[in-house]
Design a protein around this ligand. Structure first.
Ligand code: 5AD
Ligand code: SF4
Length: 451
């Protein structure tokens, strides 16, 4: 079989990053090897994100650039197929081919297990192949076994969302909530660990709504799943993302006492104003959210938090924005993401008449980001002098520098000639910056497997 080149560009969230790994799994048996550039690729897939307008526009500008590569390849007598997958594919469908007629395939976020068949049709010249179905059976069931991912790996446990926050496209692009079976997840986790993975990030759009079918006939919660995963020898770190406050049940809070559960949680609140939260259909208050943080801190005193915020949601007043600032001051984040509200077609808030003017959104975002940066600096500074385990998984910018992740998801760099790559090492933090910290190696358990 002649080897063909497959280039996949991933946009957006970790779910897409996982889907990219799985698309490679689907195409590998057909002779498609991963390529890290689109030049000269036989198949290019844009695995897209539709969450905000900017993300969508980026896809169209990348497509313009790809057309040039496609033409170059054609001039050499070759053929490059271009596919748009992920959430823009799901949401826009045929519209993509109308705007960019050189796109050969469009597939939704649930259709990529059909890639081989779509590619065959596109090669035969049946241009404009579009697949947007949500299969009756979950897509995971059709996929080949997951392959090796490295010391840190993603594991998808849940997909879709039934929460319908009024700003969000996810319930439309990813569909109804679905939880994978417990046995499939445990098998995948064990396989990853056998292949050298030490650190697993459990993924789902609304991951803590997980309710999967166990072989024992019970419905397992995310906490049940994490308890079982904690028993896997060789698996050292467990995290999960992204959670909704309403699904932070007491069993899930309690599981955070576990040694393998990392003391860091991304728990988006979006706004600190109860009135805005109600208009967003979040179905919780700021107080409810802060209570979860304090219960988690009780169970795990060293836990740190991250969140997502939207400023300029329709109708947001200055006073309501100030409530967000107040909540941030009270919650004290280690890190957080913040965005200007972006109206998404088909979502209820997009047609609200009280859209906030762009300059007000800009101003609020700058204010919020300044506060969040201050907190991030303070958090990083608070780790100076502390020692914890760091998983070194990549090379740094400078020669002899190694980068790793702390339990709090900080980037940690040390000076080292690759000796600790792929390993969990005890490090003392000596310096802190806005986006990273620097440390010195304390001790290293040499019995560890090397990935
Ligand atoms: N506008 C701005 N931000 C949004 N997000 C989701 N939808 C929108 C939107 N329409 C943000 C939320 C979510 C994160 C992934 O993206 O904060 O938690
Ligand atoms: Fe979107 Fe998250 Fe709300 Fe679901 S819970 S609708 S994914 S913001």
């Amino acid at each position: 079989m002649t080897t063909k080149k497959l280039y996949i560009k991933t946009y957006g969230c970790q779910m897409n990053a996982y889907d990219t790994v799985r698309m490679h799994d689907v195409m590998r048996p057909l002779g498609y090897a991963a390529s890290d550039t689109p030049e000269d690729a036989d198949l290019v897939i844009l695995n897209t994100c539709h969450i905000r307008e900017k993300a969508e526009e980026k896809v169209y500008s990348d497509l313009g650039r790809l057309l040039k590569e496609k033409d170059k390849k054609k001039a050499r007598g070759g053929k490059m197929l271009i596919a748009v997958g992920g959430c823009v594919g799901q949401a826009e469908g045929e519209e993509i081919i109308r705007r960019a007629p050189y796109v050969d395939m469009v597939m939704g976020s649930q259709s990529y297990y059909q890639l081989p068949e779509m590619v065959t049709r596109a090669i035969r010249g049946q241009g404009g192949v579009v697949e947007l179905d949500f299969p009756a059976e979950p897509k995971f069931d059709y996929l080949p076994e997951a392959t090796k991912q490295g010391v840190s790996a993603f594991l998808s446990v849940q997909e879709g969302c039934d929460k319908f926050c009024t700003f969000c496209v996810v319930p439309y692009t990813r569909g109804a909530e679905y939880s994978r079976k417990v046995s499939a997840i445990l098998d995948e986790a064990k396989r990853l660990v056998d292949q050298g993975t030490l650190d697993i990030m459990l993924l789902g759009q609304n991951v803590n709504a997980y309710h999967g079918e166990g072989d024992d006939g019970r419905t397992w919660s995310l906490a049940d799943l994490m308890a079982e995963l904690s028993n896997i020898n060789g698996l050292e770190r467990i995290r999960y993302i992204t959670s909704h406050p309403r699904d932070m049940t007491q069993d899930l809070i309690d599981i955070h006492a576990g040694k393998k559960i990392m003391p860091y949680l991304h728990l988006p609140i979006q706004s600190g104003s109860d009135a805005v939260l109600a208009r967003m259909n979040r179905k919780h208050t700021a107080e409810f959210y802060l209570d979860i943080l304090s219960r988690l801190r009780k169970v795990r005193p060293d836990i740190a938090f991250s969140s997502d915020f939207i400023v300029g949601f329709p109708g947001e007043t200055d006073a309501e924005f100030e409530e967000t600032m107040a909540l941030v001051r009270e919650a004290k984040y280690a890190q957080a993401y913040s965005f200007k509200y972006s109206p998404r077609p088909g979502t209820p808030a997009a047609t609200d008449e009280n859209q906030v003017p762009e300059d007000a959104k800009k101003l609020r975002l700058a204010q919020l980001q300044a506060l969040l940066q201050e907190q991030q600096m303070a958090f990083n500074a608070s780790t100076v002098g502390k020692s914890f385990e760091v998983l070194f998984d990549r090379e740094g910018k400078y020669e002899g520098q190694l980068l790793g992740k702390s339990p709090y998801m900080q980037s940690v760099h040390i000076k080292d000639v690759n000796h600790y790559r792929g390993k969990l090492v005890s490090v003392t933090i000596e310096e802190s910056y806005l986006n990273s910290v620097a440390g010195r190696v304390m001790s290293f358990n040499s019995n560890q497997k090397v990935a």
